[in-house]
Design a protein around this ligand. Sequence first.
Ligand SMILES: Cc1cc2nc3c(=O)[nH]c(=O)nc-3n(C[C@H](O)[C@H](O)[C@H](O)COP(=O)(O)O)c2cc1C
Length: 183
Amino acid sequence: MTALASYDDRALGVLREANWPDVSEQDFKTAVGSFPTGVVIVTGEDEDGPFGLTIQSFMSLSMVPRLVLISVARTSATLPRIQRAGRFCVNLLDDTHSELALHFAKSARGVNKFDGINYSRKGTDGSPVFPGSLGWIECSVLRTHLEGDHVLLVGAVKEAAVSEEPTVRPLIFWRSSFVSVDP
Ligand SMILES: Cc1cc2nc3c(=O)[nH]c(=O)nc-3n(C[C@H](O)[C@H](O)[C@H](O)COP(=O)(O)O)c2cc1C
């Protein structure tokens, strides 16, 4: 099934009105890539052990109740594991974590991404958290929405913590590169 096949007639009308796909993939990537974001590794655990993937599409969604949103590609090997576990933990990365971010951006197919990786367990679920993270947010999956070639997962926040370390700096992704900020 293609991503477009999941749209009903009304939605297909909206896409036609937006002259889909007149905006080229390259123009779209260049435009959205010019928006700087933080970088996170979403972790969790199921019966096969710990899992994780690097994403930038993470945002705070609602204050009451406390909700966050992540967007994961339909092709992600980690997505079905998050859905089966029904929970995930967002690790907010520090600017020393660029190699870790690239490591968790490799596909999990046939590999255990946690082999040789240092982590501890935090929160109610004992979620994998990496040393030096700016903070972590542990969630239960409240709802999922299929949208195009991605799945949006709404997380209900169970626990949240930040680093007390004064020297931490966020890892930022901008125009296809990791950059750091010096406040
Ligand atoms: C900086 C950065 C940001 C990324 N953001 C996302 C994202 O928002 N959503 C997504 O699905 N993949 C994102 N990726 C790509 C995934 O990390 C990559 O596809 C990974 O292989 C997925 O692993 P999995 O197949 O084991 O789930 C990002 C990669 C990098 C390096």
